[in-house]
Design a protein around this ligand. Sequence first.
Ligand SMILES: Nc1nc2c(c(=O)[nH]1)N[C@H]1C(S)=C(S)[C@@H](COP(=O)(O)OP(=O)(O)OC[C@H]3O[C@@H](n4cnc5c(N)ncnc54)[C@H](O)[C@@H]3O)O[C@H]1N2
Ligand code: MOO
Length: 419
Amino acid sequence: MVEKRNPIPVTEAIERVMKYAREGEVETVRLEEAYGRYLAEDLRADHDVPPFDRSPYDGFAIRAADSAQAKLDHPVEFEVIETIGAGQVAAKTVQPFQAVRIMTGAQIPDGCDAVVMLELAKQYERDGKTYMSIKRPFQPGDNISFQGEDAKKGDVLVPKGTFINPGVQALLATFGYAEVKVARKPRIGIFATGSELLDVAEPLIPGKIRNSNAYMIQAQAIRSGAEPVYFGKLADDIDICFAAIQKALPQVDFLITTGGVSVGDYDYLPAIYERLGAEVLFNKVAMRPGSVTTVAQLDGKLLFGLSGNPSACYVGYELFVRPVVRTRLFSPKPYLRKATATLMADFPKPNPFTRFVRSYVTVENGQLTAAPVGMDKSNIVTSLAKANALMVLPGGTRGFAKGDTVDVWLLEDEEGSDI
Ligand SMILES: Nc1nc2c(c(=O)[nH]1)N[C@H]1C(S)=C(S)[C@@H](COP(=O)(O)OP(=O)(O)OC[C@H]3O[C@@H](n4cnc5c(N)ncnc54)[C@H](O)[C@@H]3O)O[C@H]1N2
Ligand code: MOO
C-alpha cells in the first residue's frame, strides 16, 4: 500500500526551503570578467562624478556677466585667449571680456561660469588676435556639467547582490574597480534518473526518450547565476543511484535529481533520502505542474527531487531552487519578479491546486498581456521554449476568462522580487 502524501501550500513549501537559504561566499574577479556576476559588496562612489566642472559642448567658456548686454543687433565681443581640449587645464585666468575656446569634456577654466555653444558664436581674427562675438546673454551655470552632478562621493550607487549589467560594469570602471568582489557561483549537482533516458546524440529506440531535463536544468542553473555540475544519468537501480548521489553530495552546494519522486515501482528517491539520513521537508505540493516535487536536507544541504515530467521539473526549479541560488548571490529579492497582466485567451480548466501556466507575456497598447503557450500538461516540453512567464492561477479557483487580470511571474528577468 502506497503511503498517502499530504500536499502543502506552495507558499509553505517555499518557506520550508528558504529556512535553509544562506548567503554565499565572496570571490574576486577581474573587471573584464564581472559581467553577469552578482556584486558581493555595495558599489560606492569614492569621488565626485564628474570630478570637476566641465563643458558638455564644444564652444567658448566665458564669464556670464560679460554677456549681459548681448542682443541680436548688439553683439558682444570677447578676446579668445587660449584653447583647451578634454584632458587639458587652462593656463590663464580670464579677465573681463575674455573667453577660452573649450572642447567637450574639458575642465571649466577658473573665473568662467558659462559655456557658449560653438554654433551660437562667431569667431574671427583681427590684428593677430582671435575674437568671438555672441548675440544673446548667458546666465551663470549655462551649459556646465557640475562636479558631483552624476554621483557624490560616498553615495551607494549599486547595492550588494545586484546583477552586474553593462551599466554597472561602466560604474565599476568609473570608480577604479580593476577587480570586483562578486558572489561565488553556487555549484548545483544534477542527476537525471530513469532507465528510459537516452543521451542527446543517441538515436531513438522503442520505449526510450532523450534526456531533455538535464540540459534544461543546466540552462536554468546558469540563468539563475549558479554553476551546474552535471553528473550524468542514472538507471533505475536504487544501489547505483544511492552510491552516485552519496559520492556527488560533498562536491556541490545543492543537488538536483529529476525523476523518480512519484509512487511508481522505480521511484527510488524517497528511499534514497531515507538511506542517506536526510530529512524530507515535503514530498507533495498543492501545485500543478510539479505536485510531486520533493525537497530534503542533509546537514543543511538541500536536495531537490524535481519531477521527471519536463514542465513540472522546470517549474520546480524556478519556484524552489532559484530563490536559494539568489540568496547565495546576496540578492535581497530572490524570487521571480511579479506583475499583473490581462489574460488573452480563455483558460477554462478549474484549479484545484495552484496552477503555474507556461505563458508568453508582452506589452500590447501599453498594457501587459499574458497568453498561455502550448498544452497545459506536465509532460509537455514544447511550451517551455515559448514561455517567458508563469501565470499563477490560485488553487480553489474555477476557470479564467479572456480579459481577466492574472498574476504573472516573469522568468527571464535579472531583477527579482521580495514577495
Ligand atoms: N499513481 C500515480 N502516478 C503518478 C502520480 C501519482 O500521484 N500517482 N503523479 C504523477 C505526476 S503529477 C507526475 S509529475 C509524475 C512524476 O513522476 P516522477 O517525478 O517520479 O518522474 P518519472 O516517473 O521518472 O518520469 C515522469 C515522466 O517524465 C519523463 N522523464 C523523466 N526524466 C526525464 C528527463 N531527464 N528528460 C525528459 N523526460 C524525462 C519520463 O520518461 C516520464 O514520462 O508522476 C505521475 N504519476
Ligand atoms: O507533479 Mo505533476 O507535474 O503535478 O503534474
